[in-house]
Write a protein that binds this ligand. Structure first.
Ligand SMILES: [Zn+2]
Length: 320
């Protein structure tokens, strides 16, 4: 039998066919066309599924299950997407729709938990039973794997590690709360601190690199300024590393995890975060649990979403 993974994003739908070992055999990459509305998005998902079946020559009857990874919030138990920032829909029973249109069983998971499952079964976590996947990009997302199972909670919304509050009264997060890990250590947080630095110092390297335009400041610019020796930019990365360390120490203390797997664009500059992050872990994690954790990089890179969707499709044979 074969499995299909559908990675539904705001701009692209990446669909892949996998064998029983999870190897990706055929892929299709189509535009989501989110602005055109619900029916067009669904049509494009179905089109991408047809693409991989046609190109691979695999028959629909040979597909055991479809796994779908989507931005949330959503209910992975009922397969209903409540709402997403980048897709214009509300309360869409996506699992039912895909099952009805394809005649195949399907499963839905939020994209961060799907990615965590992808890394667990096919990436950096394949040799461990307990793992936390963390992606640091414009936001901070992730998933918690305990005893080879994803922590889902009642409706599958569990594991929102980016919204752990680590600095009460701190900067406002996209979720509306203050001082979430995402508001303190994400690419967006680094850019915010960069703009604050620019407002304080109009003559530094950050001002020079951005042409004193706050709009041009992002995490990459601050990383490059830090590499050029700008002290303020280095402090910003130290601050982000410090707060990321607090958040991860909390998770280590609670879950006694074996591995922390880091992905996402900001972690490409993890050498900038690393010293302050490790110091913060040493300071804040329980030593017994800290000694048992290995910290490593994600392995799946650009495929993590679709490989995660394949893991969702394969959950019956992989463990949940
Ligand atoms: Zn938040």
């Amino acid at each position: 039998m074969y499995y299909l993974g559908v990675d539904l994003g705001g701009t692209k739908i990446l669909t892949a066919l996998a064998d029983e070992e999870g190897n990706l055999l055929e892929r299709s990459n189509v535009e989501t066309e989110a602005a055109k509305g619900r029916e067009v998005i669904i049509k494009n998902i179905l089109h991408s599924i047809d693409n991989v079946l046609d190109n691979s020559g695999v028959n629909r009857s040979e597909i055991a299950k479809i796994g779908i990874g989507s931005p949330g919030p959503l209910n992975s138990k009922t397969g209903v997407i409540y709402e997403t920032a980048n897709l214009p829909w509300k309360n869409v029973p996506l699992t039912d729709i895909i099952q009805e249109k394809t005649g195949l069983p399907a499963n839905l998971e939020n994209d961060a938990n799907a990615a965590a499952r992808g890394e667990k079964w096919f990436g950096a976590g394949r040799d461990v039973d307990h793992m936390i996947y963390v992606t640091v990009s414009t936001g901070i997302g992730g998933g918690i794997i305990i005893d080879r199972s994803i922590l889902q909670g009642k409706e599958g919304a569990g594991g929102e590690i980016g919204h752990m509050i680590i600095n009460p009264g701190g900067p406002t997060c996209g979720c509306g709360n203050s001082g979430c890990m995402e508001a303190m250590a994400s690419g967006t947080a680094i850019a915010r601190m960069g703009r604050e630095a620019l407002a304080e110092d109009k003559n530094g390297i950050i001002a020079e690199m951005s042409g004193s335009d706050p709009e041009k400041i992002d995490a990459i610019l601050i990383a490059n300024a830090a590499k050029k020796g700008d002290q303020k930019a280095q402090e910003i990365y130290n601050t982000a590393g410090y707060y990321l360390g607090i958040g991860m120490a909390n998770l280590i203390n609670i879950f006694n995890t074996e591995k922390i797997v880091f992905g996402g664009g900001v972690m490409k500059d993890h050498d900038l975060l690393n010293d302050s992050f490790m110091e913060s872990l040493q300071e804040n994690a329980l030593q017994t649990s800290l000694k048992q954790v290995e910290i490593c990089n994600a392995e799946l890179k650009g495929d993590v979403g679709v490989q995660g969707a394949v893991a969702v499709a394969m959950e019956d044979i992989l463990g949940k």
